[in-house]
Design a protein around this ligand. Structure first.
Ligand SMILES: Nc1ncnc2c1ncn2[C@@H]1O[C@H](COP(=O)(O)OP(=O)(O)OP(=O)(O)O)[C@@H](O)[C@H]1O
Length: 236
């Protein structure tokens, strides 16, 4: 390899897949996927139920091993990723799910503390500062003392987004983040994701919500017929 080949694009590419096939047990779900996501992009992943969006996302955060093809994500090689590497990979990713996944038995601040401690933070003052900062980014600075059940769905999802930001992730993976929210609340949560993207973060978001895509057009990948390909949006 020449020096040019080894250095080109590397600093800007957050995700790169080459000829990847994704399996659930013995079933081939996605075949021959090649794509790149660059730093600062906002990318949608669409496709019918069962087309493989979640399987795709799970491969990216190490929940589903990469058995075929090559994959690099935030400097980790998915092909050689071992069980013990997964917590380190997850620290560089922010993951947001449809069902929020907040711990119900503790306040928002304690949910955040739990994540920080689990990822190696020690200094209580620094932890408090970081928690306030991420809550402020999602407009929830005053809600840290509440329990998850005391918040609406949209507020819980903002908290889940704040939690995803705690370790300053290089890529945010959001799997149907508005799937449990009404249309108006979905737009509010989407605005939060848009602001985070405008501040320079890379976001990959799986969604069924075409209204959101029309309102906030961006690069769109589609899972269909065992393939993933970029779709060009028509002007509306
Ligand atoms: N744990 C599993 N074991 C076996 N098969 C699975 C498993 N999880 C998903 N599948 C299968 O893989 C295929 C893709 O599912 P996946 O959840 O990735 O689709 P999806 O596009 O995310 O769907 P949805 O939009 O409904 O969430 C489906 O046929 C599904 O039945």
């Amino acid at each position: 390899m020449t020096p040019e080949e080894t250095t080109e694009k590397v600093p800007e590419t957050v995700l790169e897949l080459k000829n990847v096939s994704i399996f659930q047990k013995e079933s081939l779900i996605l075949n021959d996927v090649s794509l790149e996501v660059n730093k600062g992009e906002f990318v949608y992943l669409i496709g019918k139920t069962g087309s493989g969006k979640s399987s795709f996302m799970k491969t990216l955060y190490g929940d589903l091993p990469l058995r075929q093809g090559e994959g690099k994500i935030v400097d980790f090689d998915l092909k050689t990723l071992r069980e013990k590497d997964i917590p380190f990979l997850r620290r560089k990713l922010g993951i947001v799910f449809q069902d929020f996944k907040l711990l119900p038995d503790r306040t928002i601040n304690k949910n955040m503390r739990f994540v920080l401690k689990a990822t190696g933070w020690k200094d209580p003052a620094k932890m408090d500062q970081q928690i306030l900062e991420v809550l402020e980014k999602v407009g929830m600075k005053t809600k840290g003392f509440k329990f998850p059940h005391e918040l609406s769905g949209g507020e819980q999802q903002r908290i889940a987004i704040a939690r995803a930001l705690l370790n300053d992730p290089e890529l945010i993976i959001a799997d149907e983040p508005t799937g449990n929210l009404d249309p108006q609340t979905s737009v509010e949560v989407m605005k939060v994701l848009q602001d985070i993207n405008k501040a320079g973060r890379t976001i990959l978001m799986a969604t069924h919500d075409y209204a959101l895509i029309l309102k906030y057009p961006s690069k769109t990948l589609k899972c269909d017929g065992n393939k993933v390909f970029e779709v060009i949006q028509r002007a509306v």
